[in-house]
Ligand binder design. Structure first.
Ligand SMILES: CC(=O)SCCNC(=O)CCNC(=O)[C@H](O)C(C)(C)COP(=O)(O)OP(=O)(O)OC[C@H]1O[C@@H](n2cnc3c(N)ncnc32)[C@H](O)[C@@H]1OP(=O)(O)O
Ligand SMILES: O=C([O-])CC(=O)C(=O)O
Length: 371
C-alpha cells in the first residue's frame, strides 16, 4: 500500500461548496475577492447552506432566525460559570459549550432535514453568544444579551464589549468573517465530515471540528502569530528572531499552506485591513514587523502568509483578547462546517481509509511474570 503522508493531494470527496483552483478561492463559484468586498456574513451563510445567493426577503428571514436563536439558555450560562474560568482556554470552553448545546436540544437526535436546519441555525446563532459570554464571565462581567437590530458582525462586537461598535470595526470584522467561512476540505471540515459520515449528529460534528481547529497548525495559528509579534516587540528585532527560529528549524506561525503555493488569496484583504487599523490605533509597528517577517520568509524559504498571519493584527487592533482569535475563527467557520455536514448527509458513505501496518507481527503472548 502506498502511503501519502497527511493525505496530501488525495481527493476524498466531491463538493459543491467551495473550490481552490490555481490558488483562487471561490464559494459556490463566487470569487472570494468579490465576496470580501461586497457581501455580509449572513449572505455567506445563506450561500454556503443553499448554494445560491439569497434574495432580500430570504436574507431578512435568515437574519431573523439567527437573531431569534442567539440567546443562550440560562442552564448553559451557568455551565460556563462553573468552568475554571481563570485557566481554561476559550477554545476548550467553546468545544465543551457546543457539545452542551446538543445536550440541551431536545431534538438533537432527530435527523430529518427540518430538524437538521433548526440545529444549524441554533449553532450558527449561539456560537457568538457563547464566545462573548465566556469572555465576559472570565473578566467578572455579566454576559450581554444579543440584539435583534444589529448585524451578525456588529452583534458579536457589541456582546463582547457592551458598546455599539464603530462602523469601521463592523466592516473589518464582517470581512474577516466572510474570509474565514469555508475552505474546501481543510482539517476541521474533514474532521466534521468524518464524524457525521457515521450518521452521528450535527452537534457531534461541530464539536469535533472545533477540536481540530484548535491546533496551531490550523486555526490556532492566529493566536500564535500574535504571541510571536508580541515576543518580537520591535521591527529591529525581527531579523534575529526569525533567523533564530530558522536555525532551530521551528515553524513561523501564519506562513505556509498545504494547498496554496503562490499565496493565500485571503491574506491580501487582511493585510490591507491590518495596515489601516494599526495606523488608526497607533500600533503601526505591528504592521511594520509583519511586513519585515513576510519579506524574510519569502526570500529565505519562499513561504507566503496564510489567512492567520494578518488576521492576528486585525483582531488585536479591534481590541480583542488574543486567545479569542481562534474561537472567532470557529464563529465564522461553523457556517462552512454545517454546509459540509449537510452535504455529507445528502450523499453519505462511511469515511474509513486504511493504515499501512508497520509494527511487529506474529508475536507470542508473554505472561505478566515473564515480562
Ligand atoms: C487556517 C489554516 O489552517 S492556515 C495554516 C495555519 N498554520 C500555520 O500557519 C502554521 C505554520 N505552517 C505550517 O505548519 C505548515 O505550512 C502547514 C501545516 C500550514 C502546511 O503544512 P504541510 O503542507 O504539511 O507542509 P510541511 O509542514 O510539510 O512543510 C513543507 C516544508 O516547508 C517548511 N515550512 C512550511 N511551513 C513553514 C513555516 N510556517 N515556517 C517554516 N517552515 C515552514 C517545512 O519546514 C518543510 O520544510 P522541509 O521540506 O525543508 O522540511
Ligand atoms: O485549508 C486549509 O488547509 C487550512 C485553511 O486555510 C483554512 O482552513 O482556512
Amino acid at each position: 500500500m502506498a502511503v501519502t503522508r497527511g493525505l496530501e493531494g488525495i481527493i476524498a470527496t466531491t463538493s459543491s461548496i467551495s473550490s481552490i483552483i490555481d490558488d483562487s478561492l471561490a464559494y459556490v463559484g463566487y470569487d472570494i475577492d468579490a465576496l470580501a468586498e461586497n457581501a455580509s456574513f449572513e449572505e455567506i451563510i445563506y450561500l454556503l447552506w443553499n448554494r445560491r445567493l439569497p434574495t432580500n426577503q430570504e436574507l431578512i428571514q435568515l437574519q431573523q432566525e439567527l437573531a431569534e436563536n442567539a440567546e443562550l439558555p440560562k442552564s448553559l450560562i451557568n455551565q460556563l460559570r462553573m468552568m475554571p474560568l481563570d485557566q481554561v482556554h476559550p477554545m476548550s470552553a467553546l468545544r465543551s459549550a457546543v457539545s452542551l448545546l446538543g445536550v440541551y436540544d431536545e431534538n438533537a437526535e432527530l435527523m430529518d432535514e427540518k430538524s437538521n436546519y433548526l440545529k444549524a441555525i441554533n449553532l450558527q446563532a449561539k456560537l457568538p453568544t457563547i464566545v462573548t459570554a465566556f469572555s465576559r464571565l472570565r473578566k467578572g462581567l455579566e454576559p450581554v444579551s444579543p440584539r435583534k437590530d444589529l448585524s451578525f458582525a456588529a452583534n458579536f462586537l457589541y456582546m463582547l464589549t457592551a458598546k455599539e461598535p464603530e462602523p469601521i470595526a463592523i466592516e473589518a470584522f464582517n470581512k474577516a468573517l466572510v474570509l474565514h467561512a469555508d475552505h474546501e476540505l481543510n482539517a476541521s471540515t474533514f474532521t466534521a465530515r468524518v464524524c457525521v459520515a457515521t450518521l452521528s449528529d450535527i452537534y457531534s460534528g461541530v464539536t469535533s471540528a472545533i477540536g481540530a481547529l484548535k491546533g496551531p497548525l490550523h486555526g490556532g495559528a492566529n493566536e500564535a502569530v500574535m504571541k510571536m509579534l508580541t515576543e518580537i516587540g520591535d521591527v529591529d528585532n525581527v531579523d534575529s528572531y526569525i533567523k533564530d527560529k530558522m536555525i532551530k528549524k521551528e515553524k513561523i506561525m501564519g506562513f505556509g499552506h498545504r494547498v496554496y503555493r503562490k499565496g493565500d488569496p485571503r491574506a491580501k484583504h487582511l493585510k490591507q485591513m491590518a495596515k489601516k487599523l494599526t495606523e488608526l490605533t497607533g500600533e503601526s509597528h505591528l504592521f511594520d514587523m509583519s511586513i519585515k517577517i513576510e519579506g524574510m520568509l519569502k526570500q529565505e524559504k519562499n513561504l507566503v502568509p496564510n489567512v492567520d498571519f494578518f488576521s492576528a493584527s486585525v483582531y488585536h487592533s479591534l481590541g480583542i483578547d488574543h486567545d479569542l482569535f481562534t474561537p472567532i475563527f470557529a464563529v465564522s467557520r461553523v457556517s462552512g462546517w454545517i454546509a459540509h455536514i449537510l452535504e455529507q448527509y445528502e450523499n453519505n458513505r462511511l469515511i474509513r481509509p486504511r493504515a499501512d501496518y508497520v509494527g511487529p507481527e506474529r508475536l507470542s503472548y508473554v505472561p505478566m511474570q515473564e515480562r
